[in-house]
Ligand binder design. Structure first.
Ligand code: MC0
Length: 141
């Protein structure tokens, strides 16, 4: 089952510029940065500096390569919201429930996401034009 909004993912051409923008304009600061080669992204998770620690995160996603998911998204749509991510307790179970409801999941088995999480995606054409990510947090998160 879906527990909460995990993060909203925003495609950006330049991670360092976007980090400075979100910090200076909105007071959102980076709690974690990582390169995910398989996904072709350099990414950062942002939280409100003095806000509710349980807040859903903002994830900035910059492409490592032009032919990556984020590279293609930037080409087609320009910078902006690329994905909506929900926290789930059991990604295999939730994926199976959604498949049974007729939604296409992008991966047969979960792949590695931020900070040891396991992730899968619902195809945007099956979710009202929204790329929906399912996130089962890593141990200790
Ligand atoms: C494509 N479409 C989207 C979309 N991307 N619609 C809404 N949101 C998006 N992000 C639309 C296109 O406009 C097109 O519509 C249709 O979907 C099919 O597009 P396509 O030509 O198949 O597009 P591709 O080749 O760009 O692939 C789209 C797809 C891909 C969602 C399959 O981006 C993908 O595999 N995404 C999952 C992985 C990912 O996003 N990784 C980056 C984040 P029309 O109407 O023109 O036919 S990594 C991450 O998120 C991590 C590390 C984490 O959170 O832990």
């Amino acid at each position: 089952a879906i527990r909460r909004i995990d993060h909203v993912g925003i495609a950006v051409p330049d991670l360092d510029e976007a980090l400075a923008f979100y910090r200076d304009k909105f007071g959102l600061i980076s709690e974690h940065e990582e390169v995910n080669e398989e996904q072709g992204v350099r990414e950062a998770m942002l939280v409100p500096a003095d806000g509710d620690p349980t807040s859903g995160r903002v994830q900035l996603l910059a492409p490592l390569r032009p032919d990556s998911a984020i590279g293609k998204f930037l080409d087609r749509s320009g910078p902006g919201i690329q994905q909506m991510a929900y926290t789930v307790d059991d990604i295999e179970k939730t994926s199976e429930e959604l498949r049974a409801k007729g939604l296409r999941l992008l991966y047969d088995a979960p792949r590695r996401g931020t900070a040891g999480s396991r992730i899968n995606f619902v195809h945007p054409k099956d979710a009202g034009g929204v790329l929906v990510e399912l996130v089962e947090p890593g141990p200790g998160h």
